[in-house]
Design a binder for this molecule. Structure first.
Ligand SMILES: [Zn+2]
Length: 162
């Protein structure tokens, strides 16, 4: 097991559309162990492969009792709306309010390649959406109006002392 280095904005890998996971082997299982380890170490509730520099459609999460591995994730259904604070390990956890659907159904494969569907609401639904976005090269700040996006980036840079 190993804690991986977390990629941070504006690293290119975070803006790339991830490649599908095709090999459901021992190596993938080990990668997922590392991703959980890295996520817990950083006190996050979700972590996607691009956040550790890998251009892959894969994330892990442990949020409000939902602990799972999602390879090739797709959001297949959404309903309602929620508006609350969100942050990202790749943007220094600087919080911002993001409007998202309230209920979400995710379709993905586990580490063995078996497809599953899982529904979530509230914070866990937000996590499904946030992590699936990472697999599409999107960050939560991409959902913000320009001014608010700039404010988040500015305060992240300040924390990093660029
Ligand atoms: Zn994130």
């Amino acid at each position: 097991m190993a804690i991986r280095k977390i990629s941070e904005y504006p690293e290119k890998v975070l803006a790339e559309v991830g490649k599908p996971v095709t090999e459901f082997d021992e190596e993938l299982a080990k990668l997922c162990v590392d991703m959980f380890e890295t996520m817990y170490d950083a006190e996050g509730v979700g972590l996607a492969a691009p956040q550790i520099g890998l251009n892959l459609r894969l994330f892990v999460m442990d949020c409000e009792g939902i602990r799972l591995i999602a390879a090739n994730p797709e959001v297949v259904w959404t309903e309602g709306e929620q508006s609350s604070q969100e942050g990202c390990l790749s943007v220094g956890k600087v919080p911002a309010v993001v409007v998202r659907p309230a209920n979400v159904r995710l379709r993905a494969q586990n580490e063995k390649g078996m497809w599953f569907e899982r529904e979530a609401e509230g914070y866990a639904a937000r996590c499904f959406l946030h992590e699936t976005d990472h697999c599409d090269g999107k960050l939560f700040i991409d959902h913000l109006p320009k001014m608010r996006r700039e404010m988040v980036v500015k305060s992240f840079k300040k924390r990093k002392k660029w």
